[in-house]
Design a protein around this ligand. Structure first.
Ligand code: SF4
Ligand code: SF4
Length: 158
């Protein structure tokens, strides 16, 4: 266990959960429309969070258009919509945590410059019209936490 994790437990700021409880929390978070976040890497994940568009320092800032998405978040995927399957219910517009969906002529229109590819809208869609696809020209995410930090340091010239 890393020092900071044990410190959080020792100070009563965190508690251990079982795998089943963790999965239940994830399921409840999904129902609430929260964004499952992890380290932006493919494996050896060390941190997870379930973020909302109203309070999260990351997702919320994008929702409020305070900072361009690509300055704040490395987005590897965005939403794809099968328009012929969209029945115009508006559920995805209502739940999108970054307010990237607008209904136009009873069809969901996505602003792909702000979509973070979280997939939250896909859970709410009654027809399965929504998928997630890789952004054109994007490399794969770093393979693990260590490579993620190497990439960040390189981008900052460190
Ligand atoms: S949730 Fe699905 S069916 Fe409803 S508006 Fe969005 S894409 Fe269309
Ligand atoms: S994937 Fe869906 S819910 Fe997530 S940001 Fe894009 S449009 Fe919004």
């Amino acid at each position: 266990m890393t020092i900071w994790r044990s410190s959080l437990l020792d100070r009563g700021l965190a508690r251990k959960v079982s795998k089943d409880e963790a999965l239940k929390i994830l399921g409840d978070s999904e129902k609430e429309g929260l964004v499952h976040m992890v380290d932006n890497a493919q494996g050896q994940i060390k941190h997870t969070c379930n973020c909302c568009g109203h309070y999260c320092w990351n997702v919320g800032i994008i929702r409020r258009r305070k900072v361009p998405r690509d300055s704040l978040m490395e987005v590897y995927f965005t939403r794809r919509t099968e328009m012929e399957e969209c029945i115009g219910c508006g559920a995805c517009e209502e739940i999108c945590p970054v307010d990237a969906v607008k209904m136009v002529d009873e069809k969901a229109e996505v602003d792909l410059d702000w979509c973070i590819g979280c997939g939250v809208c896909g859970v709410s869609c009654p027809t399965g019209a929504i998928g997630i696809e890789r952004r054109a020209g994007k490399d794969d995410a770093p393979k693990d936490f260590e490579h993620l930090h190497q990439k960040i340091r390189a981008e900052r010239g460190l």
